[in-house]
Design a protein around this ligand. Sequence first.
Ligand SMILES: NC(=O)c1ccc[n+]([C@@H]2O[C@H](COP(=O)([O-])OP(=O)(O)OC[C@H]3O[C@@H](n4cnc5c(N)ncnc54)[C@H](OP(=O)(O)O)[C@@H]3O)[C@@H](O)[C@H]2O)c1
Length: 282
Amino acid sequence: MTILITGGTGKTGLKLAHLLNKAGHPILLTSRKGEVSHPFKGVKFDWLDPSTFDNPFDVDPAIDRVYIVGPVGILDMLPHVKPFIDLAVTKGVKRFVVLGASPIPKGGPVAGKIHEYLEEICVDYAVLRPTWFMENFSISPVATNSIRLHNEIGSVAKDGRLAFVSVDDIAKAASDALLDEKSWNSDRYILGPELLSYGEVAALLSKVLGRKITHKRLTQDESLSIWTSVGGLSIGLAKGLIKMEAEIADGAEVAVFENDNKILGKTHLREFFESNRELWVI
Ligand SMILES: NC(=O)c1ccc[n+]([C@@H]2O[C@H](COP(=O)([O-])OP(=O)(O)OC[C@H]3O[C@@H](n4cnc5c(N)ncnc54)[C@H](OP(=O)(O)O)[C@@H]3O)[C@@H](O)[C@H]2O)c1
């Protein structure tokens, strides 16, 4: 039986592919171009083009589980993802594991309505709700430019704390959700092992890099301008992101960390900074 990994060229999809492949599970990865990293098998697939939805099943009719990373940059993914879920169920898919986000509940924007729909159709599913990725510091041009050019990490989160999580730990949770004998049929927060404020993050990075990095407290207008220019986000998405970051200041992610319905990853932010040190060296 084969596991289909959508977003197979993305941060969590590719790590998940390595984990499942190492454990000997047959997998198929999607990308819009149909090209994926060696040694994996890829198929052309686009959430915005339903004519590609049959492709994975044409390539491998044995697909029975699907990891869903919905279309990036879309405020409500369900209208694009629902027709594929419906098709997949008719093709014999038995379980869906969806990448959501800690601030987004069932029925909310982005992947929130996918969660609601899977529950409604009584299919086996899990929704991963990771908090903010450690990889935002290494991949997002917003963070890397700011650290390299200005020795700053900008945010509207003030002194709010959150448990940054690594993509490795999210991929491990995704693998468990796909393979556990008993389907979770619920969501779970996926968090890093420790709560840190952006000031503490800046202090950690300063130690690792041997130069002073500070937390720049941005106003929401300043943040909007950065996300829409350097970050390339639409105004709607940037405003949504800034609203979630501002909620960190009010303790939203501390409440998530204190919730029992969570999986704590192993990777500490300090290890992540040490392993990627050269990215921020000037
Ligand atoms: N970054 C965070 O801190 C954070 C925190 C919590 C949750 N999340 C969630 O993580 C999810 C993934 O975001 P990310 O930035 O990490 O992206 P990513 O997974 O690194 O990359 C996006 C993936 O989706 C594929 N993709 C994009 N548009 C597509 C489309 N129209 N049809 C099919 N495939 C498409 C891309 O593949 P191709 O380009 O090869 O087609 C790529 O593999 C988002 O839903 C976000 O809400 C992020």
